[in-house]
Design a binder for this molecule. Structure first.
Ligand code: CTP
Length: 412
């Protein structure tokens, strides 16, 4: 296999020597592409000696061979270890200002990035957003290990062990094999996925909203597209990169979401609707055209009472609008905290019955769980079946995969 091993400029660059050794010893042809800063940590002669191949970090070397295009195009795997915060940012934004970032743009093979940086840099929202963008484009970003960093400090940000990096990279190649790790069991299908959380405006500057990030819905949409479906992604207030192959339909409120889903259903033959969006059950009865102001008098203690009215239950309406052919297949989500009236599973069962959908995906939520997080545990419930499938703790992509594993075979 032809491997490009990118090395960015961090102290962990020395560990990339072991990654290189493991790859060459396994018989792979490895071209090392360090960044200019990586060469300040480990010099070109080391990479050349270990790989047995010339090393360059600039697009200006060996120009007749057009290396900035050729390397990426010919590679079977591009692995970057360590990937610094800077490299993640440049990759996420599609910069091509050196040989490594140009190679990342021209690669059509699996791309695996193994980040290493200080905990603060890894946890910074800018880095988190860059990782999110890269993952949404199919780049595999390995979780950094936790432990001792360069100095005496500890925390997440350590480069994983070379053996683990190589294992993750080879797994990415295996999964991208002939079926791409994704069966094409949704080819020819049209699915609608709702994602995010609706916002119900109160006045020009305020709304009633919820904490849904849209990550789970976007993962469901991405998985469906990867399995060959045409995907209409009805997205409510989500700021994530749109997964490849999805048609984005943006909405704000519950009523807009219902309208949008309805018009997609009217326009075409939809096989399944996955209602991953958190739809507000209530909206303010009145919208104030001007900002609601508080009184400024010395005795002004009054606060307005906001009257709410119910929003339609989009999912339940879809269930009751279905004809005898029982299409489209309807998937509901249940975000439950559990309460005095029951635990998450019993509340989910009651909700499945109430909604009448074909599959209910229930997860436990709370201020510190699930919303915006990458790992989640869900329970899949079907009407008339006592059996519950529990998935997790798993990534939202893994949950998405299991959902379609259940739905794809039963689409009529
Ligand atoms: N849903 C919907 N329309 C609404 C509220 C929810 O279509 N007005 C959908 C959601 O997209 C989700 C499912 O119904 O797929 C369950 O959402 P959830 O908020 O958990 O349930 P509710 O019906 O709102 O029930 P409750 O608030 O009583 O838990």
């Amino acid at each position: 296999m032809r491997v490009v091993l990118g090395v960015a400029g961090g102290i962990a660059a020395y560990k990339a020597c072991s990654v290189l050794r493991l790859l060459t010893e396994a018989g792979h042809e490895v071209t090392v592409v360090p960044t200019a800063s990586a060469l300040r940590f480990v010099g070109a002669p080391t990479w050349e000696a270990l790989s047995g191949r010339p090393v360059s970090s600039e697009v200006w070397d060996d120009v007749p061979q057009v290396p900035h295009v050729r390397l990426g195009q010919r590679a079977d795997l591009v692995l970057v270890a360590p990937a610094t915060a800077d490299l993640l940012a440049r990759a996420a934004h599609g910069l091509a200002d050196d040989l490594l970032t140009s190679t990342l743009l021209t690669a059509r093979c699996p791309v695996v990035l193994a980040p290493a940086m200080h905990t603060e840099m890894w946890l910074h929202p800018a880095t988190a957003a860059n990782v999110e963008t890269l993952r949404s484009r199919g780049v595999r970003v390995v979780e950094p290990a936790s432990g001792r960093l360069t100095g005496a400090d500890t925390g997440p940000g350590r480069l994983p062990e070379p053996e683990d990096i190589v294992a993750a990279a080879l797994a990415a190649v295996r999964e991208s094999g002939p079926d791409g790790g994704h069966p094409d069991d949704l080819a020819g299908r049209h699915v609608v996925v709702t994602a995010g959380g609706t916002r119900e405006p109160l006045d020009p500057v305020r709304f009633l909203g919820n904490r849904s990030s849209g990550k789970q819905g976007y993962a469901v949409a991405a998985e469906a597209a990867a399995r060959g479906a045409r995907v209409s992604l009805v997205s409510a207030n989500v700021s994530l990169a749109v997964p490849a192959g999805c048609d984005l339909l943006e909405v704000g409120t519950a009523l807009e979401l219902q309208e949008r889903v309805g018009s997609v259903l009217e326009a075409g033959d939809v096989d399944a609707v996955v209602m991953a969006a958190a739809v507000a059950d209530f909206r303010p009865a009145a919208y104030a055209e001007a900002k609601i102001k508080k009184g400024h008098g010395p005795d002004d203690e009054e606060a307005p009472t906001i009257e709410l009215v119910r929003n339609p239950d989009v999912l339940a309406d879809l269930v009751s609008a279905r004809g005898d052919d029982h299409r489209p297949y309807l998937v509901g989500f249940a975000a439950e905290t559990g309460d005095a009236s029951g635990d998450v599973l019993s509340l989910a069962r009651a909700k499945l019955q109430r909604k009448g959908c074909d599959l209910l995906v229930a997860n436990e939520v709370g201020t510190d769980r699930t919303f915006g997080h990458d790992d989640t545990t869900v329970h899949l419930l079907k009407p008339g079946e006592d059996e519950v499938t529990t998935v997790g703790p798993a990534t939202k992509a893994q949950v998405a995969r299991v959902i379609w594993d259940h739905v794809a075979p039963v689409l009529g």
